[in-house]
Design a protein around this ligand. Structure first.
Ligand SMILES: NC(=O)c1ccc[n+]([C@@H]2O[C@H](COP(=O)([O-])OP(=O)(O)OC[C@H]3O[C@@H](n4cnc5c(N)ncnc54)[C@H](O)[C@@H]3O)[C@@H](O)[C@H]2O)c1
Length: 383
């Protein structure tokens, strides 16, 4: 067995996503399982170099996980030839500049979404990375969730017949921060800091819709700031200047219509925090993060509208759970493993910065659609 160490500069690891999902549940989890075997006797061993602004926070994180390398000097880390990959989970507004520097330093780059603040910036990044010949990837974690994997299996197996529509419901109540602390960072609610639910969630909807049902060809969105005043991490009130709810309609290549509600001002009366209902001529499915239920046309009840009588039908009872049939690992980790294989073994990988730019494009057009009150076409992007 040959151990192939891959040193990864990880920026933003003190944050919610960088810490839990990327450092602990992905990179450290790969080490805990003994590395990532390539199948030819080589085992990839990721070696994180923690990068950030606050020395005390980085030192504490390194000590907690038995890591030795951390730095507040991004330029110095990027100048280190032994560092091969730069990873970014900083807040969105800090991302593009850091990624550009990393590409200029010849690093392979892997990044959280959205990749940049606007489409021009996202495309520029993708082009720079291509020109530099570095490998690049963008987190598209929802594709690797068990519920969506099962949904994809149904699509690929022809379960639905012709797919007619997709209805997505995403959201939960994010506390205002006064009488109970908010469970998301305050910058998410300030447009000037790169916040907003469209910028946050439309990139996810783009790749979910694209990879499962077809490319998004037009968008109609309505956005709102339902909760205009919130309290930050220090308990100080601030004006929520960003959208906290978005009601979007997306036309897909192939003709299906998707409609997705995204909201941080909704209370959950669902089985999961996100659910997609897909209706097709031959069957329907409802998929969440983990579960997926189906109803075939042969088992579809025939309701008759009569509000004068209590419903005799238990509609939920007529759905069948889709079995796992495989083991599902953490989606973030699965994508990290694919990216590491791409970097080390040159295996194909299409969740790249161009794919990331498509997400930024949909967010940008979604916000424009809402501002202008009209439906906008979504042109296909090329490098
Ligand atoms: N893939 C997903 O499902 C998913 C989910 C949530 C967030 N995200 C993305 O991950 C990124 C990080 O989100 P988060 O929720 O972890 O945010 P967070 O606020 O918890 O973390 C932000 C990180 O950026 C660092 N940072 C760098 N410069 C900063 C500055 N000037 N001000 C404040 N912090 C700064 C912070 O120290 C911290 O490490 C965002 O781009 C967000 O869009 C992705």
């Amino acid at each position: 067995m040959t151990r192939r160490t891959v040193r990864i500069a990880m920026n933003g690891v003190t944050g919610r996503m960088g810490h839990r999902q990327h450092l602990v549940r992905s990179v450290l989890a790969i080490r805990e399982q003994g590395g990532l075997p390539l199948g030819d006797g080589t085992v990839i061993w990721p070696e994180p170099v923690l990068v950030g602004r606050r020395a005390h926070a980085l030192r504490a994180l390194a000590e907690r996980y038995g890591l030795t390398e951390w730095s507040t000097d991004l330029d110095a880390v990027l100048a280190d030839d032994s560092v091969e990959i730069y990873f970014d989970a900083q807040l969105t507004s800090a991302r593009a500049d850091a990624l550009k520097k990393a590409v200029a330093a010849g690093k392979h780059v892997y990044t959280e979404k959205p990749t940049a603040a606007d489409l021009a910036g996202a495309l520029e990044l993708a082009r720079l990375a291509e020109t530099a010949g570095v490998r690049h990837g963008c987190v598209q974690d929802k594709l690797f969730l068990p519920g969506l994997r099962k949904l994809k299996r149904l699509v690929d197996g022809g379960f639905f017949g012709e797919i007619l529509s997709v209805r997505g419901e995403f959201g939960y109540w994010v506390f205002e921060g006064d009488w109970q602390p908010a469970q998301r960072p305050s910058w998410n609610y300030r447009a000037e800091d790169g916040g907003g639910i469209v910028v946050d969630m439309f990139p996810h909807w783009e790749y979910v819709l694209h990879e499962l049902f077809g490319r998004v060809t037009s968008v109609t969105a309505h956005v709102a700031t339902h909760v205009p005043r919130r309290w930050d991490e220090d308990g100080k009130p601030y004006a929520a200047t960003a959208d906290d709810a978005a009601y979007g309609i997306f036309r897909l290549e192939g003709g299906a219509i998707a409609q997705i509600n995204s909201s941080w001002a909704v209370r959950v009366h669902r089985d999961e925090l996100v659910e997609f209902q897909v209706d097709g001529t031959h069957g329907s499915a409802v998929a969440g993060l983990r579960g997926c239920r189906v109803q075939h046309r042969s088992a579809t009840p025939k309701p008759v509208w009569n509000p004068d009588l209590p419903s005799a039908e238990s509609f939920r009872a007529g759905w069948q759970e889709v079995p796992d049939n495989e083991e599902f690992d953490n989606g973030f980790k699965v994508q990290w493993e694919l990216f590491l294989r791409h970097v080390v073994a040159g295996e194909p990988y299409h969740w790249d910065l161009l794919a990331g730019a498509r997400g930024v494009q949909l967010a940008e057009l979604g916000l424009r659609s809402a501002a202008e009150g009209r439906t906008l076409d979504v042109p296909e992007l090329t490098l």
